[in-house]
Design a protein around this ligand. Structure first.
Ligand SMILES: [Zn+2]
Length: 196
């Protein structure tokens, strides 16, 4: 099995993570609407060929994390959706302004799985880990936890910065990640940090 590498291809204050096992890659969080040119440029700069991305996974369906979902599909990258996320996808367009150039994400052509099915799917592309439902920031939020303890949490609220969120839900999600072995957090915004 290839060594796992992680690079950030993010822009506009948002992290987009490419997890690679050799030339098999997974993109976690997908770019702002209408920013496909920026995404392509950043992938190129980090030596990530678009056609090597096996799946695109949005941690949740907010525009800064999933805005490019449909455009990536059109470019040949399958969209990996968790069943807990499906109902959030049509709501994306309620956040969008016309000038955002959002391409609406269709539902019929995604790869939709349950969290329980995620480990075997990831194993098939050489990336050992699982996808865990971690509500708190939003009901459709998921985290990708790799076997080495790296966890991609999107906008799961840092416990010290809970405001409008339900603290019990946020803390339960962090506790679950901790129990499953998370040690290092790759957030949707800001620097990588150790689990607190
Ligand atoms: Zn968000």
């Amino acid at each position: 099995m290839s060594k796992i590498t992680i690079v950030n291809v993010g822009y506009r204050s948002t992290n987009y993570w490419v997890i690679s096992a050799g030339t098999t890659r997974l993109l976690v969080d997908l770019g702002w609407p209408g920013s496909m040119g920026m995404m392509r440029a950043n992938l190129k700069r980090m030596d990530v060929p678009l056609q090597e991305i096996r799946y695109a996974l949005a941690t949740h369906y907010h525009i800064d994390h999933a805005g490019l979902g449909q455009e990536l599909k059109q470019a040949g990258v399958p969209l990996l959706v968790l069943n807990v996320q499906v109902s959030a996808i049509p709501l994306m367009k309620t956040w969008i302004k016309p000038q955002d150039n959002y391409v609406e994400i269709s539902l019929h052509d995604n790869v939709t799985i349950t969290c329980a099915e995620s480990r075997s799917l990831l194993e098939r592309i050489g990336i050992p880990g699982e996808i865990i439902h971690t509500p708190g920031h939003s009901d459709d939020s998921v985290s990708l936890l790799l076997n080495d303890g790296s966890v991609f949490t999107g906008d799961l609220t840092h416990p010290a910065f809970i405001s409008v969120e339900d603290p019990a839900v946020v803390n339960a999600s962090w506790q679950l990640l901790r129990e499953r072995g998370a040690t290092r957090v790759y957030p949707g915004h800001g620097p990588v940090r150790q689990m607190s």
